[in-house]
Write a protein that binds this ligand. Structure first.
Ligand SMILES: *[C@@H]1O[C@H](CO)[C@@H](O)[C@H](O)[C@H]1NC(C)=O
Ligand SMILES: *[C@@H]1O[C@H](CO)[C@@H](O)[C@H](O)[C@H]1NC(C)=O
Ligand SMILES: *[C@@H]1O[C@H](CO)[C@@H](O)[C@H](O)[C@H]1NC(C)=O
Ligand SMILES: *[C@@H]1O[C@H](CO)[C@@H](O)[C@H](O)[C@H]1NC(C)=O
Length: 351
C-alpha cells in the first residue's frame, strides 16, 4: 500500500503492479468482461420490467384523483356500450372519495434544530376522512416507537407532543432538542396501505473550541510574566454569524472589563460562526487561571493559562504534538552525523 499517492516512487510501484497483473490475463479478462456485461445488461432489463410492474400496482391508483374518475365516468357515458368501460361499484366508491395525501408531494423533509431549541415537524394532510388517524412514529435502530395518535401523545418523554395547526398540519413538537433526538420520524395516515411522510431531524450542536495558531485544539497555555496572553476561540456549526461570544477569567466577564486595562477582544464573523481573539497585555500571576469562551449556557470551552517567572519562552504550548514534531529532526540529524562519520572512516581506511 502506498500512503503517499503523489510520491513518484509510489506511482511507479502502482503502475508496474497493475501492468504485471493485466498482461498475462488479457485474453481471459476480455472474455470475463464480456460475460459480466451481458449478465449486467440482462439483470438491469429484468429490474426495469419489475419496476414497471410495481409502479403499475401501487403508485398509479394513488395518483388518480376525483377529476380523473369523473372524466372516466364521462367517457364511459359517452360510449353507448355502457357497461363495457365503466368501473365496478366498489372501485367507484373508492375513487369517488378523495384519498388522503400529503400536501408536500415529495414525501419527505429535512428539519434542522439547534441544540436545546424546540423542533417542529410538520405533516400537512389533505382530504383526511373522519375515521382516519394521523400518527407520528420514530424509527430508531430497526424499532418503531409510537409517539402520537391523533391528538393523543403516547411517548413517555414529555418533551414530545402534538401541536395541531389549523387547518391540516399534524405538527409534532420536540422541546429542548438533544443530539439523541436526531433521526427519522414518520407521519403515518392509517389507511390501507398506510401513507407515510418521512422527516429527518438533525440536531445541530455548536462547536466552541480554543485553538492555537495552527488551528489545533488546546487545553493549556504557558506565558512568562510581562508577555501578552493571546487566546483564540473558534465557534462553528451555528445557523449564522454569531457576535455574542463571551470571555471570562474564572467568573469575571472580560468583554467590557475596564478595571485591569490592557484587555481587548476582537471578533470576526464567519458565515456559520465566528473567531474571537482575547488579548491581555503585560501578563502577571494574577492573570493565571481558567479562561472560558461561550455562546450559550450549554456551549463553552475553557483553557488553563499558566504564568511563569524567569527566562521561559514567551509562549509555549502544552501538547504531544510539539515533541513528536521535533523527533524526526533529531533522527535526521543523527543520520547525517553517522553518515559523515562513516565517510570519514572510509576515507581514512582507503588511504
Ligand atoms: C434531506 O437530506 C438528504 C441528505 O442530506 C438529501 O439527500 C435529501 O435530498 C434532503 N431532502 C430534502 C427534502 O431536502
Ligand atoms: C507590567 O506590570 C507590572 C506589574 O505587574 C508593572 O510594574 C509594569 O509597569 C507593567 N508594564 C507595563 C508596560 O505596563
Ligand atoms: C479550570 O479548568 C479545569 C479544566 O477545564 C478544571 O479541572 C478546573 O477545576 C478549573 N478550575 C477552576 C478554578 O475553575
Ligand atoms: C454564555 O454567553 C451568553 C451570551 O453569549 C450569556 O448570556 C450567558 O450568561 C453565558 N452563560 C454562562 C454559563 O456563562
Amino acid at each position: 500500500m502506498c500512503l503517499f499517492r503523489n510520491n513518484a516512487h509510489c506511482r511507479r510501484i502502482e503502475r508496474s503492479a497493475s501492468v504485471a497483473i493485466m498482461k498475462p490475463l488479457q485474453p481471459l479478462s476480455t472474455v470475463f468482461l464480456l460475460i459480466v456485461s451481458i449478465v449486467t445488461f440482462a439483470s438491469s432489463a429484468l429490474h426495469e420490467k419489475e419496476k414497471h410492474i410495481s409502479n403499475g400496482l401501487s403508485i398509479a391508483p394513488l395518483a388518480l384523483t376525483a377529476e380523473d374518475y369523473a372524466s372516466s365516468i364521462q367517457r364511459s357515458d359517452d360510449d353507448d356500450g355502457g357497461g363495457r368501460h365503466s368501473l365496478t361499484d366498489a372501485a367507484a366508491m373508492n375513487l369517488a372519495e378523495r384519498s388522503p395525501r400529503f400536501e408536500d408531494a415529495s414525501g419527505h423533509a429535512n428539519v434542522t434544530v439547534q441544540l436545546g431549541d424546540t423542533a417542529f415537524l410538520n405533516c400537512k394532510v389533505l382530504d383526511l376522512q373522519d375515521k382516519t388517524q394521523v400518527s407520528w412514529v420514530r424509527r430508531h435502530e430497526q424499532e418503531l416507537h409510537l409517539l402520537t395518535v391523533g391528538m393523543q401523545t403516547y411517548s413517555t418523554d414529555s418533551r414530545f407532543s402534538l401541536h395541531f395547526q389549523h387547518p391540516n398540519d399534524w405538527r409534532l413538537q420536540i422541546k429542548f432538542a438533544r443530539p439523541r433526538d436526531e433521526g427519522i420520524y414518520e407521519c403515518q395516515v392509517s389507511i390501507h396501505p398506510p401513507r407515510i411522510y418521512t422527516v429527518r431531524l438533525i440536531v445541530a450542536v455548536p462547536s466552541v473550541e480554543m485553538v492555537d495558531d495552527h488551528g489545533r485544539v488546546i487545553e493549556e497555555k504557558i506565558y512568562k510574566t510581562g508577555s501578552t496572553i493571546e487566546l483564540k476561540c473558534v465557534v462553528s456549526k451555528v445557523p449564522g454569524p454569531t457576535a455574542n461570544i463571551m470571555w471570562r477569567h474564572g467568573l469575571r466577564i472580560l468583554n467590557y472589563d475596564t478595571s485591569r486595562g490592557g484587555i481587548s477582544v476582537k471578533t470576526d464573523l464567519l458565515p456559520y460562526g465566528a473567531v474571537s481573539r482575547l488579548y491581555i497585555a503585560n501578563a502577571s500571576q494574577r492573570d493565571a487561571g481558567n479562561y472560558t469562551c461561550n455562546i450559550s449556557e450549554s456551549s463553552w470551552t475553557t483553557v488553563v493559562v499558566h504564568i511563569l517567572n524567569g527566562e521561559h519562552p514567551a509562549a509555549m504550548q502544552h501538547g504531544q504534538s510539539s515533541s513528536s514534531e521535533r523527533r524526526p529532526l533529531v533522527i535526521s540529524m543523527l543520520v547525517v552525523v553517522m553518515a559523515s562519520w562513516f565517510f570519514m572512516w572510509k576515507c581514512s581506511f582507503s588511504r
